[in-house]
Design a protein around this ligand. Structure first.
Ligand code: FES
Length: 185
């Protein structure tokens, strides 16, 4: 499949999921120009090899575009002298890299066994209901929210932990969900 065909698949998938996050046209615009390029160059000066800067380079892509497209993976491969397949292998290994557009607020709820035993499934249901996403991994019609389940967030003593973008919420119960969401613009 060519990069253009893959882009079309992503666009269809995004539309099917009701996502309205980042304009698909951006996928074909280079990420590493101007300030992002300067940031990458500064990073490269701190690492012994270009490959070593792969994870932060992908973070720059995700920060700039909201997700890491096939086109962006190819660009990262080019600037770091790697193969696109290697970059894709890394992107698909780490769940924190988004391979399709997500909502402005990305909600991650731990549902691993200890949190599951403390009612994490009810917390997930509350987020799905109050965000209007209805389904895990689906973006709300207004493009604002995507909710997913994740493995242990390292806060097992504070079930149920939830991350909204970079913000951490501990001991979340279903009745706290509307309050958490009300603070998000
Ligand atoms: S099992 Fe949920 S934070 Fe560890």
């Amino acid at each position: 499949m060519t990069p253009a065909e893959m882009g079309a698949v992503h666009a269809e998938s995004h539309a099917a999921h009701g996502g309205a996050g980042h304009p698909h046209a951006e996928e074909h615009r280079p990420v590493f120009t101007g300030a992002p390029r300067a940031e990458l160059d500064a990073l490269l000066s701190r690492y012994p090899t270009r490959m070593a800067a792969l994870l932060p380079a992908l973070w720059i892509v995700q920060r700039e575009r909201g997700w890491v497209s096939e086109g962006a993976m190819a660009e990262v491969a080019q600037v770091l002298d790697l193969t696109p397949a290697y970059v894709k292998g890394v992107v698909t290994f780490y769940t924190m890299y988004h391979q399709h557009p997500v909502g402005r607020y990305f909600v991650q709820v731990c549902t691993t066994s200890p949190c599951g035993a403390c009612g994490a499934d009810d917390v997930v249901r509350a987020f799905l209901e109050h965000t209007g996403t209805r389904e895990l991994g689906v973006t709300s019609p207004d493009g604002k929210f995507t909710v997913i389940e994740v493995e242990c967030l390292g806060a097992c003593g504070f079930a149920t932990p939830v991350m909204v973008n970079d913000e951490f919420h501990e001991s979340v119960t279903p009745d706290r969900v509307p309050d958490i969401l009300s603070k998000l613009e």
